[in-house]
Design a protein around this ligand. Sequence first.
Ligand code: FAD
Ligand code: NAP
Length: 885
Amino acid sequence: MKSLAEHEGTMTNGGIDVANSNGNESNLPGATDVDVVVVGAGFAGLYLLHRLRGLGMSAQCFETAAGVGGTWYWNRYPGARCDVESIDYSYSFDAELDEEWRWSERYATQPEILSYLEHVAGRFDLLQDIRFSTRVEAATWDDEQSLWRLRTDVGEDVACRHYVMATGCLSQPKTSEIEGHGRFGGEIYFTSRWPHEGVDFSGKRVGVIGTGSSAIQSIPVIAKQSKELTVFQRTPNFSIPARNGPDTAEKRAAADRDRAAYREQARRSRAGVPVEVAESGAMMVSEEERNERFEKAWSVGGLFATIGAFNDMLVNLTSNETLAEFIRDKIRGIVKDPVTAEALCPTNHPFGTKRPCLDDNYYDTYNQPHVKLVDLLKDPIQTITETGIDTAAVSHTFFTIVFATGFDAMTGAIVSVDITGRKGLRLADKWAEGPKTYLGLTTVGFPNFFAITGPGSPSVLSNMAVSIEQHVDWVCDLLGDLCKRGVDTIEPTEMAEAGWVQHVNDYADITLYPRANSWYMGANVPGKARVFLPYVGGVGNYRAICEEVVEKDYLGFTLDGEGQRQCNDGIIRRLQPDVAIMLGVMASMDLPPLESLSVGEARAFIAETQKQRAPGPDVGEIVDGQFPGATRDLDYRLYRPASPGPHPIVAYFHGGGWVLGGAASDDPLCRDLCVQSDAIIISMDYRHAPEERFPAAPDDGYAAVQWIADRAESLGGVPGQLAVTGWSAGANVAAVVCQTSRDSQGPAIAGQVLLTPVTDATKALSSKAENAEGYVLTSTLMDWFWDHYADPIDRANPKASPLRAADLSELPPALVVTCEFDPLRDEGAAYADALTAAGVDVEHLSARGQIHTSIPAVDMLRSGAYARQAMATALKQFFATSVSV
Ligand code: FAD
Ligand code: NAP
């Protein structure tokens, strides 16, 4: 059997003349052979060469293949096409090129895409700068000379100022880890290294390993030719009909009407394709409407219609499951043998978390008598033999085996070059636990190094033609600018890189993607670190971030050279992504500041906005009632768990600055706490300002815990198992209640959970100034609340400002949750510190990237889920360690 490397060696030139001239002189100081080395001559490398020439920079491109095209040079397997419509999956940088090239089909074939890229290379005269059949093997940063020294497999060395890897996300084939793969005596092919002369399957018995996109495209075509076809499936994949055909007139008309606008819309879109974004989630419509939309998407075909049918497919598991089941039903409807149909139904990952495939009669292929599916989950491959493949149960004999087993994606091609940066740091070592980049483009320790569509950029989650152009433009604009400024080196800072890695992970974590063992997660390659590799924030948003980095004078980069030395350190995105999206939506609504309204208007406004929020989980029972407050009856709402009682009880005090809200106003959070802590949560109202000012609220709070303690059993509680919690002003009430109860020998309180509490009106702590504006609770709104609630003289009273209590000892154990972008952050932190200093058992959870209002947003802001869980866990712990009376 031939190895992958031998397969590469059998490739022919692909019809392109190999020319190696290097026209431009280096225009940078120092001993550089060229200004820029570009590795790879696919979509990215070709556009780079064009742009660099426009900048007047000398560039040399090296390419392992004997021709241009990258992906489209190598992947010549039968049925290979794009899965983003060709009208979108093409260059936009040149209006004339865009105008003159016409695609023959909705999804062009590999030969057509390759001839397009060859046309581009010829049209822009790029071949002279490309050295084909030449692999870059090593690159070392020379710190003294501030340049890169590269070594190729033809023994040629080259020095350059800037080194750009345009080596592709899906260009490094995964080596076969199947035992015995060298033994097979028949023909072996890899979809990723297909012979130029093609393969004749006629009359042959063929085995295909894999059911990813490459397999799903090729299987129907191979089935047509072969005598017998056996497909070895480890993980069934979701596949959508491509509905390929001639270029769609509707889409063509939309693009032709105003091509520049069409392209610009793609650039600012989520996935690099101008499509309408659905406004509702799948569970917000009736089952009938949901299925209608799925049917429509299925009949239109294509990835974007399906995944875009609703706006929450990749974040809401319940919504996702409705689509997954819809597709499974389609599979069951198409494939006649029920055992095969069931084996083809994906059940171990949500739809879209592994790249969904586009097909042309894939499922129907299994209705042909000569096509068989082997479900490796039931009957795994043991070894490849001289004559075929042995599974645990059967010895299969083949003439030909096709490996459609995928790639070492996103990092494979980069780290397969021995890249050494400053102080001998090897990139492969630096990335051993997962790639670390700033913007997916650059990495600390490797100055003047750029990776086009590198890990941490939208890349494979987008129309890559759009992402490639954006990266190339960004890098080339930057190189042009640095040259003008007299800057020799650029390198990201540790802080910027760590911040970006965190942001990429934060984004992935609010989606369903990490639930799948996908190549997005590095899970397909044995031993590879499990890290979500691409940036899921979308191309439009990502483009805006890259632009902002430059607008902020290269935020997160160190620039160095005769002309300029600077280090503009910082983190480009610190808010949790879902919080940022919510703030963006709010900003676009141009809402009036709450403090500009009358109290009545503000209350009406809050009541209206609460109608829009997600309801929170179901609980066993909800009971509304009244209790005697300090001076009059007040409302409560009791949330009982579904589990058999009795349960511990938690008195909850709502947020709203002592002015807004009521017993039901934090409904989703109370439900969530009830379900997660398995305790009764009773949301106890208190009198509100300005009608009833300080100390009405804490007096009612204390009356509330006394009332609960007196009748715990009749409420379904465990006597003596009582805790308090609250949010914002409600957390202030909860903290004061604990102090009052201690001082008045009141009910025993097992613990206090204080979510972003107000603790001291008298101190101007730095978070109040830092987060004064932009994060919903503003400093002026906080002042508005205080003005309504308490006279200045009363604000120093510990019943208003519990941090000012003379003695904080002997208080119940506490969890204090503070949020990074909250004017009240430092008040909460100071209270946690003061309690600790007084000997109280305290946990302080500092919620990174959160704002004052984000933790209570149950089912809306997933990034706050861990803090809600921590609150419930703390309550459980309080009860576990408290003694029942
Ligand atoms: P590539 O096209 O991968 O080119 C990289 C080049 O670098 C290769 O030619 C390689 O030989 C060369 N190289 C690598 N390492 C070295 C080295 N050390 N020295 C010298 N040369 C080196 N994306 C979409 O958006 N839509 C699609 O429909 C789509 N379909 C795809 C279909 C297939 C079968 C595959 C595998 C991928 C598909 N992709 C698709 C992703 C596709 O890879 C990108 O769209 C795009 O073609 C990548 O272009 P590139 O120039 O960045 O990288
Ligand atoms: P892939 O999606 O990684 O699929 C590889 C397949 O091989 C999977 O089914 C995998 O199973 C299986 N496999 C791998 N190792 C195996 C082993 N040791 N034993 C048994 N099965 C094994 O690779 P791909 O199909 O080449 O596609 C990669 C990406 O390229 C796509 O996701 C897409 O982005 C792009 N692409 C696009 C198109 C297009 O339609 N335009 C076509 C081809 C490729 P597991 O899932 O269990 O790992």
